[in-house]
Design a protein. Sequence first.
Length: 292
Amino acid sequence: MNIAITGSHGFIGTHLHNALLENKDQIHVNKIHRFDNTKHKLTDSTSMKQLIEDKEVIFHIAGANRADNFDLIKINTLGTMGLLEAIRKYSTINAPKIIFTSTLQIYGYSKKKKKYRETDGIEYSNIYAISKIYSEGLINKYAEDYGFKAINLRLGNVYGPKCKPFYNSVISTFIKLMLDNKTLTIIGSGESSRDYIYIKDVIECIIKSLLFNGSFPSTFNVCTGIPTSINDLINKLIILVNKKIDHIYKENHNADTHLIGSPEKTNKVLGFQSNTQLNEGLNETINWFKNK
């Protein structure tokens, strides 16, 4: 099969590209076309003609995590619209498959350790979440109207080697600060919890979705279902980094929230289960930062 990847030079995209190359014989990959910022522009469908015209599968991973509100909507939502228009206008494939990396953040944040399921409602909790909510909506509508095969993957908090500090994950940020002997600042009590999932497991799930041939459009949580608090995370990192680190708390009762996904559907339908234990993933990430 021929594959295109937007965001192929970013954190998740780089890992995905490498995994596809390593497993190309097993999953019958013929050609991989990577999004090139010098040639392609998400908001310009014409520029992506060659990128998508003969591709059976398009992985849409490009997007902004941290930007001003205007750019979040422009890059994430309008960028998705541009890609969909390019597929609609230029794809020569019958029923091309688009696999989109969304986020658990679209469920919002809870004061309880609830495990969100794909059937739970969405919440417009921040502009980033809104940009992903509308992107999912556009993808599903185009799939319905034009016969695309669409999969939305709602990712938990992804971490691992090549993860950018102060951008991709609090884990990479904490590791960077610790190795630089900087003080950690925690907003709230530190009892907020998130669903941290290692990049290797995320890539495994993305590839399993590539081989999925069930009903479309489909949505899957990509997560562990295990809550880890900021305090627990810091304690684990202190042990693994093996140094004493100063950390301070800034009081904010509204900051003590939880965001955990249920992996039940993904496990049952895609046959995916996250197998990397947090300590193992943290250690791999720490070693990458040290060698870098």
